[in-house]
Every structure is written in C-alpha cells, then in structure tokens.
Design a protein. Sequence first.
Lengths: 114, 115
Amino acid sequence: AQSVTQLDSQVPVFEEAPVELRCNYSSSVSVYLFWYVQYPNQGLQLLLKYLSGSTLVKGINGFEAEFNKSQTSFHLRKPSVHISDTAEYFCAVTLEGGANNLFFGTGTRLTVIP
Amino acid sequence: NAGVTQTPKFRVLKTGQSMTLLCAQDMNHEYMYWYRQDPGMGLRLIHYSVGEGTTAKGEVPDGYNVSRLKKQNFLLGLESAAPSQTSVYFCASSSTWGDTADTQYFGPGTRLTVL
C-alpha cells in the first residue's frame, strides 16, 4: 500500500522569506509524485510533478521540489514567498503504470504574513 | 474550453434523501475521478473511470454509486444520504497520452451538507 505524510499541517512564514513544505511517501512500487495547490474556495491546481529524470523539478509560481529516493521525500521549496502564495498545498503520489489514482497527503496550510 | 465543471456548487440534503452530482469535461480525457475532501484528511478517492461505460471503486466507495454513460460526463449518486457524507466533492479528469498524461485537472467542487 502507498501513503503520503505531510508533517506540517500549518506553516506561517513572513513575506519574502524562504519556505519548505515537507512530504514523505511510502510505497512498495515505483511512484510518480505531485504537488497541488488549492486556493480558498477553489479546486486543486498542479504546481509540479516528478515522473522521471532530473530529481530537481521546477513548477509554476517559482516553486521547486526535489525527489530523494533514499529518503522517500519530495519536499517543496520557494526561496521568497508572496502574500498570494497563501493557500493549502497537497503532496500526492500515483503508481507508475496505474490508472493515475492519486493518494493525497493531509495538506499543509501555508500562511504568508505581511 | 471550460475544463472540468461540476453541478451543483452547493446542496443541502436531509438524511435519507438522494441526489446526483454531475461532472463534465471538455478535454476529451479518458480517465475521470470523484474525490471527497474532509478537514484534516486531504482528498480521498471515491470512484474512478478509465473509459466510457467502465467504473471502479476507490478508497471510500461505500454509500456512493457512479456512472459514465458518455465519455465527457461522470455522475456521482448518493441513494440515501447520511450526515457522514457531508463533505466537499471534487471531480477530476486526466489523459493517457502526451505531455499532460498523469496530470489530473480538477473541477471547482461541490459543497454538500447532509442534515
């Protein structure tokens, strides 16, 4: 079985400061990894994904994530956050070669403080 | 190109009532999904479909039924609503080919309250 753990339910950070949102996963088979963002009262939007190749993945809005197979982690980072980054962030995995079913973490609420 | 749309946006039901949530996508995607989102639990897969006329159970299928009679539509039914089904429901779709394969596109959600 596969599972996703987001260790921090809430992360407050001052504007223009760096941020890291942590994600660890467990799976007995190869997985693809995703980060989605959910702005208030909206659906989810893809930030970035890792399928294969370079372990450093760049996404939209200046976010990036690094896949670390030995630590089974896929942490999300941004060097300087803006007020508009305030949202809920979800890490998710899907099985390689499957029906794209996503298994989500419980989410991290990022609050950017002016 | 509207992407993924969901109808209705809000609904209040009494225990025991039935209803159907409609999801439509105009991207010609093969795969479609229904999730529910509850506080502190992330999103959990209810049912999914890998093509017209096919459906499969996800992580939390009990109390729900689905149908995919047309490729662009995926219906989620509650035959006898219970308060435990109070949640926000999201539909998503994905393609099986091209650069966007494996990426799910989500609708805006339906907020359902069961009294």
